[in-house]
Ligand binder design. Structure first.
Ligand SMILES: Cc1ncc(COP(=O)(O)O)c(C=O)c1O
Length: 407
């Protein structure tokens, strides 16, 4: 008789994992107050300023500039840090498209670097091999909330005079050697899009300790205005990418509950790391004592099919889902293999643009392995579950391994 739920057996569980987003009276009260105040835009109310101050301080930065998305935050951070036409920016091939598309939007050239399979973060040795006379910046992505090796990134940047823009879209509250990520380079950016651990539906923030970057980012976000100038005086080039007070009302409420949620996810991550490490064929990420806090936007591990009767990752994922565990294969295509990069279709209506780089020639073996064969993710809401929920995850994996021939 079949044991696996994917073959007609009984699933490990049928109850749902925690729903996301989590909200309460705070969101409703804050939103109601904004509506009643009639001050719905960030230029008129006080909540956006308050959140900028609180979040920047939380990440150890002097300034915070709220914008309408994490993608916008990256593009503005690059531009405000002086990156533009012809500049090459090193960015991991295993990340969300915004890390790379923001570089195109800033007028610069993304150069894809591989990841370290032990961390899923930037491989800085590979980055060093990619340097050219046009390299001007490096963008570590603190993927899944796990800080990249900032010792290595900052050392490389110092040696070659590179700007460091940290894509911390998934890393609210993460710290490297006791300092908040995003505050280690020239600028860092975060996302508050709806899947994120702090969310307002959409939104993003740029943080920085650099006075000039802050001034330029603020101007860029607000139609090129300067804080000293008149309303219709435009000193710089910029657009309107501002956030609303309604979003900031939600952000403040989400932020208030964040430390408690982060602790639950961290405890569950530590527990899963410990339990899954004991299963041959499942490889959890390497520990690193320099990571002093980790947000856990995703829980990631490597699936080795040779220990699961040679069955492909897609069969494993399907079996996990049928056992009642929401499981994701993650990114299925390295960024450089995305049609938009293969064709350099960055112009109007997908017209090819003449960039001095051939993305069809790029190969990042570890990224390809992660996409095609090994990476498996659980999203942050799963990590908000109870210890019993985590035990169900472990039980499902063990069950699938024992019955892998059935897959
Ligand atoms: C690593 C990374 N960078 C950038 C972004 C872009 O953020 P947003 O969706 O808010 O534009 C995301 C969001 O998914 C992300 O995961």
């Amino acid at each position: 008789m079949a044991q696996l739920a994917s073959k007609g057996g009984t699933p490990v569980r049928t109850e749902r994992f925690p729903f996301w987003p989590v909200w309460g009276d705070e969101e409703i009260e804050n939103l109601t107050a904004v509506i009643k105040s009639g001050k719905w835009g960030c230029l008129h109310g006080t909540l956006s300023d308050e959140f900028e101050r609180k979040f920047a301080a939380y990440q150890d930065a002097k300034y915070g500039i709220l914008v309408n998305s994490g993608t916008t935050a990256l593009k503005i951070a690059l531009t405000a840090a002086g990156i533009g036409a012809g500049d090459q920016v090193i960015v991991p091939a295993y990340t969300f498209i915004a890390s790379a598309s923001s570089i195109i939007e800033a007028g610069a050239v993304p150069v894809f670097v591989d990841i370290d399979p032990h961390t899923f973060n930037i491989d800085v040795d590979h980055a060093a091999e990619l340097l050219t006379s046009a390299t001007r910046a490096i963008m570590p992505v603190h993927f899944a909330g796990r800080p990249a090796d900032m010792d290595a990134v900052l050392a490389l940047a110092k040696k070659h005079d590179l700007v460091v823009i940290e894509d911390a879209a998934q890393a609210w509250g993460s710290e490297w050697r006791g300092t908040g990520v995003g505050a280690l380079g020239q600028a860092g950016t975060f996302s508050f899009q709806s899947s994120k651990n702090i969310n307002a539906g959409e939104g993003g923030i740029i943080i920085t300790n650099d006075d000039l970057v802050a001034k330029m980012a603020r101007a860029h976000n607000n139609c090129g205005r300067s804080q000293e100038g008149q309303w219709y005086e435009h000193f710089y080039f910029g657009g309107n990418t501002r956030i609303t007070e309604l979003q900031s009302a939600v952000l403040l409420a989400q932020f208030g509950r964040y430390p408690e949620q982060m602790k639950i996810r961290q405890d569950n991550m530590n527990y899963l790391n410990q339990e899954l490490a004991a299963i041959e064929g499942i490889k959890v990420l390497a520990e690193d004592a320099r990571i002093t806090s980790q947000s856990v936007h995703l829980f990631i591990f490597q699936y080795r099919k040779e220990f699961f009767a040679g069955k492909d990752k897609s069969l494993f994922i399907d079996a996990m889902r049928k056992e009642g565990i929401p499981t994701s294969p993650g990114y299925s295509i390295p960024l450089y293999k995305q049609p938009v990069f293969q064709k350099k279709a960055f112009g109007p209506r997908g017209r090819a643009v003449d960039l001095p780089i051939d993305y069809t020639a790029v190969v990042c073996p570890q990224t390809e392995k992660a996409c095609f064969e090994e990476a498996v993710w659980f999203t942050q809401n799963v990590l908000l579950g109870t210890r019993e929920d985590m035990d169900d995850i472990v039980e499902a994996i063990v069950k699938i391994k024992v019955h892998a021939e059935e897959l």
